[in-house]
Ligand binder design. Structure first.
Ligand SMILES: NC(=O)c1ccc[n+]([C@@H]2O[C@H](COP(=O)([O-])OP(=O)(O)OC[C@H]3O[C@@H](n4cnc5c(N)ncnc54)[C@H](O)[C@@H]3O)[C@@H](O)[C@H]2O)c1
Length: 307
């Protein structure tokens, strides 16, 4: 019987489904114990992970029988893809399964930050009744710039257009015709910086995208936009982001992902409750519904692979 190791949270019905066919070890905190993980990975045919298990070369060399990696999510930066392809280990992400959750997160942050909800809430609960200093705005008529126009970028585009927003995107790897189907114009990154009221990032972390938003790019932004990053932390220079906010180059930001996770004190200690910002703990893609979709998808793919 094939052995499957699950090292992080997986929705229980999906665990049950694969347990009917395989010898499953479901240990959702195993990713925290590298020593135990190293000894268990030796004998398994498949491993199922979220984003906390670091499947690096040192660990993968121990996995002599491994043929399949199921990723309960889409980012693959915790997996040594080159090593897997060299050893013919199939890596299966849950492509698109949490895209709706992330797209809704982007819309909810856009609305909250345009309406200055974080400082309005803080002012109200501290008895300040901040009616006049808070200048709310509408999503209707705003330009949203999407960095990356893949699965999630396209979902955000469709939702935002229902609010009457105009969408531009920077993605040199897709054809203009693809964007046109979504009523979206492809533009250069510099033009996107210049015209957007909200900039939302939907890129993979690569050598090209690392540190893409830094003080120099914030300085090119003309409309004091709101910045939303739900992709990968290191795409935005966090120190520069806070400096850009304090210098008035941007009017708010939402971060779901960070240069290191959990977020470090030397970053969050710079955030005050009066700032127009929202910080969440890498949960944009995690909803009750997406957990079910992601779990079922990876369970089905694991079963198909070994059949
Ligand atoms: N916060 C969360 O919970 C969460 C959940 C799901 C996905 N994500 C992250 O969101 C990001 C986007 O996911 P997706 O499913 O839309 O990915 P995707 O692969 O469908 O889309 C990424 C797009 O980025 C484009 N791209 C790549 N390199 C580029 C570059 N240098 N410049 C401009 N465009 C470039 C690609 O052409 C592609 O269209 C990923 O980083 C993923 O890990 C986060």
């Amino acid at each position: 019987m094939k052995k499957i190791l699950i090292t992080e949270f997986m929705e229980q019905d999906s665990v049950n489904k694969i347990s009917e066919l395989f010898d499953v070890n479901y240990d959702p905190s195993l990713h925290e114990n590298i020593e135990r993980l190293s000894s268990q990975i030796v004998s398994v045919d498949a491993i199922i992970v979220r984003n906390k298990t670091q499947l690096n070369e040192a660990l993968l060399t121990k996995a002599r029988k491994l043929r399949f990696v199921g990723r309960l999510g889409v980012g693959l930066d915790n997996i040594d893809i080159d090593y897997c392809s060299e050893k013919s280990i199939v890596v299966q992400p849950a492509t698109g399964m949490n895209a709706d959750s992330v797209a809704e997160y982007v819309i909810s942050c856009s609305l909250s930050l345009l309406k200055n909800i974080p400082p309005a809430h803080q002012g109200t609960v501290s008895g300040k009744w901040p009616r006049s200093p808070i200048k709310s705005r509408e999503l209707q008529g705003k330009t949203i710039g999407l960095l990356g126009f893949g699965v999630i970028g396209k979902k955000v585009s469709m939702l935002a257009q229902a609010f009457g927003s105009k969408i531009v995107a920077y993605d040199p790897y897709i054809p203009q015709s693809d964007a046109k189907k979504y009523n979206t114009s492809l533009v250069k990154s510099r033009d996107l910086f210049e015209c957007s009221d909200i900039i939302s990032i939907h890129l993979p972390l690569t050598n090209e995208t690392k540190n893409l938003l830094n003080y120099s790019s914030f300085s090119e932004m003309k409309n004091k936009p709101i910045i939303i990053n739900s992709s990968r932390g290191s795409i935005v220079n966090q120190r520069d982001l806070v400096k850009a906010y304090n210098d008035g180059l941007i009017s708010g930001f939402a971060l779901d992902v960070y240069e290191s996770e959990p977020v470090k004190e030397n970053f969050y200690s710079n955030i005050s409750s009066t700032m127009n910002c929202i910080l969440t703990p890498h949960t944009a893609g995690v909803t009750i519904e997406s957990n079910t979709r992601v779990g079922q998808f990876i369970a089905d793919k694991t079963i198909q692979f070994f059949n």
